[in-house]
Design a protein around this ligand. Structure first.
Ligand code: PMP
Length: 441
């Protein structure tokens, strides 16, 4: 049957792509703060927050009010055609939270798009082709962003050729190597120098690209000394230093930006998205005006970039983070979460490592064979992640091997909610490993 002007509809119904993999069976009816209320009548403590997107919690009243009010004024004015006040106000406000010197901002819709904008800028500014990324990094799913991603072959296999000019150097993953952090940092910096000597000439290299905490790559905080080593090499070789703060930025780690755990360090380009607007799609890159002016006029833009409602929500998000002291809350509640997880880990042999920064916590599941090196146990992580849902706690897995469970509470999470989340996580583990002599100590 064809679509006619009268019906505008055939008898066909559509369904969601099978390639869309949902981590839980939950369908949300409504959500508030740290809680999701499912259409199944159950309440879930949400330690996924859209991977850190609902920073101020679900449906924060001030964010909702700002978006609603903006909807009555103007929803969309394409910023390459006419300007709207929320984008100007947001830019001014962002200026107050961005590292000193990063005073020029470009807006897009998603993290991936912002990553692409950063790469375009770096290549235009340096007239060099190569980008060096670090093993386990995640930078998005568009073809160029996937080309920069090494957090799992599932993100890039099957649609080659990928973007050329991307080279991968080791990440200081201390637990995996069985080393202490200093040894892992020394190794990773040495290997980077070796790469710059052996294959990728510094004067052919536009940028280093790294996350302050590996997100999808396993919730691994990047050691400050490694970030400092990159900054120093970037300065030495005229390479730009790009920080992907999409997941770790906006207060999540207990500092406003994830890289601020390293002393006195400023990237050349900072990428932000996710938590920026509490759930509305908007992303940004920030650089110095001098660097940003190296992008050719017209090379940046997009239909929905800097949408007015998303910008209004972002303004409210920054206000809420400041007024409710949420960066400090992330720090304190993050310490509560990590120490609770360490106590739990001591009871379960299946947990090899617990780590995190602020409200990004990763629990790595391993099988212990006869040898010294723990083997990633994706099946255990998947079983735990699925079982937490049954215990009223939403979690996600991550890591190239899929063997890390990550907890990402909202920045507004309370002491009682963290305690309840820990209780539910511990009960889940007891359940999953009940008959497993290997799983429990
Ligand atoms: N960079 C990082 C660090 C991310 O965590 C993500 C999303 N998980 C992206 C980029 C891509 O963002 P988006 O999904 O909005 O394209």
């Amino acid at each position: 049957m064809t679509v006619t002007a009268e019906t505008m509809q055939t008898a066909q119904t559509a369904s969601l792509s099978p390639a869309l993999k949902q981590a839980t069976p939950v369908v949300v009816d409504h959500a508030q703060g740290s809680w999701i209320h499912g259409t199944d009548g159950h309440d879930y403590l949400d330690f996924t927050t859209g991977i850190g997107v609902t920073s101020t919690g679900h449906c924060h009243p001030r964010v909702v009010a700002a978006a609603q009010e903006q909807c009555t004024k103007i929803i969309h004015a394409q910023y390459t055609t006419v300007m709207h006040p929320p984008l100007l106000e947001l830019t001014e406000k962002l200026g107050g939270v961005l590292p000193l010197g990063l005073d020029s901002v470009f807006y897009a819709n998603s993290g991936s798009e912002a990553v692409e904008a950063a790469i375009r800028l770096a290549r235009m500014a340096t007239a060099r082709p190569n980008i060096i990324v670090f093993q386990g990094g995640f930078h998005g799913r568009t073809v160029a962003a996937a080309s920069l991603t090494t957090a799992g072959t599932r993100f890039s296999a099957g649609f080659s050729p990928l973007m050329s000019g991307v080279h991968m150097s080791p990440f200081p993953y201390a637990y995996r190597y069985g080393w202490d952090t200093d040894a892992a940092v020394d190794f990773a910096l040495r290997e980077l120098d070796y790469l710059l000597q052996s294959r990728v000439a510094p004067n052919d290299t536009a940028a280093f690209l790294i996350e302050p905490v590996l997100g999808d790559g396993g919730y691994l905080p990047t050691p400050p000394r490694f970030l400092e080593g990159l900054r120093e090499r970037a300065d030495r070789h005229g390479i730009l230093f790009i920080l992907d703060e999409v997941q770790a930025g906006f207060g999540r780690t207990g500092k406003f930006w994830g890289h601020q755990h390293a002393t006195d360090l400023t990237p050349d380009i900072l990428i932000t998205a996710k938590g920026l607007a509490s759930g509305f799609p908007i992303s940004a890159i920030a650089a110095s005006t001098e660097l940003m002016s190296k992008a050719w006029p017209g090379s940046q833009g997009g239909t929905y970039g800097g949408n007015a409602v998303a910008a209004a929500a972002a303004i409210a998000t920054i206000d809420v983070i400041r007024d409710e002291n949420l960066v400090e809350n992330a720090r304190v509640r993050g310490m509560q979460l990590l120490s609770g997880l360490q106590d739990i880990a001591a009871r379960f042999d299946a947990i090899g490592d617990v780590r995190g920064l602020g409200l990004m916590a990763g629990i790595e599941f391993v099988a212990r064979g006869d040898g010294d090196v723990p083997v990633p146990d994706a099946a255990a992580a998947a079983a735990v992640q699925q079982a937490t849902t049954r215990h009223g706690l939403l979690t996600l897995t991550c890591g190239p091997a899929g063997n890390v469970v990550r907890l990402i509470p909202a920045l507004v999470v309370t002491e009682d909610e963290i305690a309840l989340g820990l209780e539910r996580f511990a009960t889940t583990l007891s359940d999953v490993f009940a008959d497993d002599t290997l799983g429990q100590r």
